[in-house]
Design a protein around this ligand. Structure first.
Ligand code: PAF
Length: 286
């Protein structure tokens, strides 16, 4: 696996790869876990060459968020990607991604605004801007993202559609189902922050969501079910719940009654100092 840190080297490496086939990209911020490696494995089904990026993007972290604490383990990540057969790793530093004078920001209205966008102002502008740059830098035929960040995926697809991105075209932005630990906790680089007690309580997130989905799918009152979900999390030891919402799966418009189209239950909740997010599909009752 070739690791490149400068744009000129990246362009040369990508041109070389393109001679012998199509290119899939898995954008990441590193601290790779099984969820990321699942994206890499899935990527192999969509293109001849798999590339990845590791860039801890400062513009998507708020002033009081965990940018400094975010786990950095490039050598270990490189070993994992190499073992999965990744051909090329793009690992730019902050100065080459955002050189002096950098002044552009992509802001995707609507899908960016509620849910995580409400409690993390500017976060999705940071994501949209860096992902657009990553796409332009590498020009992949296909790009893969985890469905765990459902809102992020919606923002990226909206951006690709609105800006007429051709590489990857919006239909080639692929969401991959969330990979979970044995007790149901969604895999996340931030799970590393959890103490053993917090980790044990964190599994309740998945359990409480499954209960709520079963209720909603059998026609229960939606606000009552979401209220019960929130109380279950607080009882399980979560410090606060940013949101526990039912939304249209595509537009992310909030729903307060039984869905008639595919929907998503989305939750963000804090346990100790760690903010966990999760989402799952909710089918309209038959
Ligand atoms: O999901 C992530 O790891 C990041 O938000 C992404 C898409 C790599 C952009 O920095």
């Amino acid at each position: 696996m070739q690791t490149v840190k400068q744009l000129k080297e990246l362009r040369e490496a990508v041109d070389d790869l393109r001679q012998s086939g199509t290119i899939a990209m898995v954008p990441t911020m590193g601290a790779l876990h099984e969820g990321h490696l699942t994206l890499v494995r899935e990527a192999k089904r969509h293109a001849e060459h798999v590339t990845a990026s590791i860039f801890i993007n400062p513009t998507q972290f708020g002033p009081n968020e965990d940018l400094d604490a975010y786990p950095r383990q490039l050598a270990e990540d490189q070993r994992k990607l190499e073992a999965e057969g990744v051909a090329l790793l793009w690992a730019p530093d902050v100065g080459s991604m955002y050189p002096d004078g950098f002044a552009t920001r992509i802001s995707v209205a609507g899908v960016s605004e509620g849910l995580c966008g409400a409690s993390r102002p500017g976060h999705f502008d940071g994501v949209a801007t860096v992902v657009c740059k990553l796409f332009n830098q590498l020009r992949p035929d296909v790009a893969l993202f985890g469905e765990k960040d459902w809102q992020q995926l919606a923002v990226i697809r909206r951006m690709a559609r609105d800006l007429d991105l051709t590489q990857p075209y919006v239909d080639r932005i692929i969401g991959v189902p969330t990979v979970r630990e044995a007790d149901g906790l969604a895999m996340s680089s931030r799970n590393a922050y959890l103490s053993p007690d917090e980790r044990a309580s964190a599994a309740q997130l998945n359990q409480a969501m499954l209960r709520s989905i079963a209720q909603i799918e059998s026609g229960a009152d939606v606000p009552a079910s979401l209220g019960a979900l929130e109380r279950a999390l607080l009882d399980a030891g979560f410090a606060s719940v940013d949101y526990a919402s039912l939304a249209d799966a595509d537009s992310l418009a909030l729903l307060d009654s039984t869905p008639t189209r595919p929907a998503r239950l989305l939750v963000a909740a804090r346990i100790g100092g760690t903010r966990l997010i999760d989402n799952m599909s909710v089918e309209p009752p038959a």
